[in-house]
Write a protein that binds this ligand. Structure first.
Ligand code: ZN
Ligand code: ZN
Length: 314
């Protein structure tokens, strides 16, 4: 199961931590000021996903790498066009004479277009970028696949969808056989689409396909994070393509409906617009995030009320 926690307080910028249950693995969406983010959590982050580099989404990148340097790990950073140069500039602005080259490695994945991802590496102490390769997908590890949409916010703003991999479980109740290593062999045959594989249970050999009915395929959870975006049809088409029927989506809702003129000027969204697009996407659960810092708690409640009204189709 994938879970997300908002790590910023109302008056802070935005940072969302994504956790994969039963694993120590975390991903971080944007690096705004986030006083709820602990050092321990930062040290468990294996990949950072940046929507865009407006200061409210990127200012705490230094605070993040401050706690990653020295880990010896390789950390992914995905982001929009030129993210590699912006990270290079941030890293080169400090003095690193006491840090050795194995202290950390960043792998930066620059999203040029939907099919074109440039992969760079950068490491201390000189932090010189190296273009390693180009690929046509963004991110995959043992837990998730990450899809994305490139939205317009008067600059590219990447909206990310974390798709947990489907899992296969064994339905113990329906089986009279004694448990054993045949269960994992059966699962492997199922995952590899190999129905003719021989599976030995005690002294008898069975065809894998005759045992597949003991297995249940569990569809992976789909969790989306849509940051700053303009209210326009073009963005909405892209959002619908990627986020349709997702399980849970966090979406930028910077302004109250009565301030929607500001939303237009600043290429942002507002309460009922964000709620409505989530309704059209038929997502199971939607959460408005990233409110203007001039708002107080009562404004936030006003946003939430208008958002959920539109989300429920009223
Ligand atoms: Zn922005
Ligand atoms: Zn923002």
């Amino acid at each position: 199961m994938i879970q997300a926690e908002i790590k910023s307080l109302l008056k802070e910028d935005i940072s969302i931590l994504i956790k994969i249950s039963n694993s120590g693995k975390h991903y971080l969406c944007d690096c705004g000021e986030a006083s709820l983010l602990t050092v321990k959590e930062i040290q468990s982050v294996s990949a950072v996903f940046i929507s865009h580099t407006h200061i409210d989404h990127f200012s705490n990148f230094d605070g993040i790498f401050r706690h990653q340097i020295g880990s010896g790990e390789k950390i992914m950073v995905c982001g929009p066009k030129n993210i590699h140069q912006q990270i290079e500039a941030r890293l080169k602005s400090y003095t690193w004479n006491l840090v050795d080259e194995n202290a950390i490695e960043y792998e930066i994945r620059e999203i040029v277009s939907k099919e074109e991802i440039n992969i760079y590496t950068i490491r201390p102490p000189h932090w010189n970028l190296e273009l390693i390769k180009k690929q046509n997908f963004l991110f995959e590890d043992e837990y998730v696949n990450v899809d994305f949409a490139i939205l317009d916010h008067k600059t590219d703003s990447i909206a990310y969808l974390f798709k947990e991999k489907d899992s296969v479980t064994f339905n113990e109740k329906d089986s009279a056989f004694r448990k054993g290593k045949w269960i994992s062999e059966l699962k492997t045959a199922f995952e590899n689409n190999d129905p003719d594989k021989d599976i030995q249970i005690e002294e008898t050999i069975y065809k894998a396909s005759d045992l597949f009915h003991f297995l249940i395929r569990n569809t992976g959870f789909k969790l989306g994070v849509i940051m700053d975006h303009n209210v326009c049809e073009d963005n909405y088409e892209k959002i619908k393509t990627v986020f349709k029927k997702a399980d849970k989506v966090y979406i930028e809702t910077f302004y109250k409906d009565e301030d929607q003129e500001f939303a237009k000027i600043n290429y942002h969204s507002f309460a009922s617009a964000s709620g409505k697009i989530m309704n059209e996407c038929e997502v199971k659960e939607a959460v408005p995030i990233h409110f203007s810092r001039r708002y107080v708690e009562s404004d936030k409640q006003e946003i939430e009320t208008a958002f959920y009204k539109a989300f429920q189709g009223n």
